[in-house]
Design a protein around this ligand. Sequence first.
Ligand SMILES: Cc1cc2nc3c(=O)[nH]c(=O)nc-3n(C[C@H](O)[C@H](O)[C@H](O)COP(=O)(O)OP(=O)(O)OC[C@H]3O[C@@H](n4cnc5c(N)ncnc54)[C@H](O)[C@@H]3O)c2cc1C
Length: 399
Amino acid sequence: MAIQFAIVGSGAFGLATALHLTKLGYNDIVCFDKETVPSPVAAANDSNKVVDWLCHEINDQISSADRVAAEAMEMWQKDEFYNRFYHQRGMVVSASKTESLAVLEKHANIHKIHEFLETPADFRRHIPVLDGPLENWKGYVMEPEDGWVHSRDCIKALANLLERRNVKFVSGDDGDITKVVEKDGAVGYLESVSGKRYKAANYIVCAGAGVTRIIDLEDQVQSRCWSVAHIKVSEEEASQFNGLPLLMNLNEGYYFEPDENDTVKVVWEFPGFVNFESDHVSVPDYTVPANSAPGETQIRRFLRNALPSLADRPFESRKLCWCAMTADRQLLICRHPHLANLTVASGDSYISFRLTPVIGQYIAAVAIKGNQGLNIQDRKTWEWRPGLKFTDKPIDLPR
Ligand SMILES: Cc1cc2nc3c(=O)[nH]c(=O)nc-3n(C[C@H](O)[C@H](O)[C@H](O)COP(=O)(O)OP(=O)(O)OC[C@H]3O[C@@H](n4cnc5c(N)ncnc54)[C@H](O)[C@@H]3O)c2cc1C
């Protein structure tokens, strides 16, 4: 088959890109993935993801991250396709350590957010289910438009739509891409686990955390994962959470209101686990069982402080959720400097599902026109930028 665009990874970025290419009238698009949508290893395969206005520093002009988040928010609110996955709730962001509080305060000032929460009673006025001591918590009430989106339903709907638009999906060992093979300064073909080779006019790698196993990104991206737990609650308990603002504590964790199965998702907030197989490249290992990684104690500690009635409940399940971090937490969307027909779309940095409704147009622009397809600010922010050092302290994933 003649492939015009070969997209590696059918997660949030890959599907959004394929959709945008179909909107522009392109045909012969093939999405390769090790799994069928929703891939069990896709970060996007989840019941809920925060959508909010990102809080990056604004100097004389709005940052690319904030602008794109705002564009996406508008789509979640107004677009017929995306709106059904969006649940507007508002959000409370808190911290229990002085340095994180200072960060919060700075962001609150930039975004002109003035409702400061100082006591447990202040928090409970907004989120009555928070019946724990909330020791040392201070926080802010963020934008009322903030909320969550059902990411798994969204990517399933995207894949269905793409199938109706004749986008082809290749999955399993045939879709599990092991390498991009160079020929004359460009990608000659992709090779899969099954040994199949695929030639295309243009290649786009959107493999989430899996990117570090496929191409050498010169240490710009670390694959990292986080501990996520699920707790079943009764129907009556679930009804008490419904409609309340989201709650995030920058030093402890966050939870989401119960999903359609009355399951609460709780995440331990920390810089993540890394898995270095060589001196410098952290790659995903999707086979490591979630129970072998730390997280349970920290998740239960967070619950004891915020929602003690859930703190000793059994976990219905646990998982490790992988994504692709950059040192500055900005995206990496650019042409590969040494492989002319390869577009890299990576660096989601744990915060980019929210961009799904618009990210495809930027990735497609680079795939079609090269880096010139982006405006100068986005090009500078998302460019190939080796040499940036990671300054936070992730934990080695125990093996
Ligand atoms: C714990 C956690 C919580 C998060 N919470 C939020 C949140 O609240 N809000 C938010 O906006 N974002 C959140 N994110 C981030 C969000 O999920 C990601 O930014 C988003 O899913 C990135 O999309 P992606 O397409 O790059 O990667 P993914 O969605 O991970 O998709 C990557 C795809 O590539 C495939 N793949 C991997 N390797 C290969 C290979 N070798 N060959 C073929 N296919 C391959 C995978 O199967 C997968 O389908 C969170 C992430 C984590 C880990």
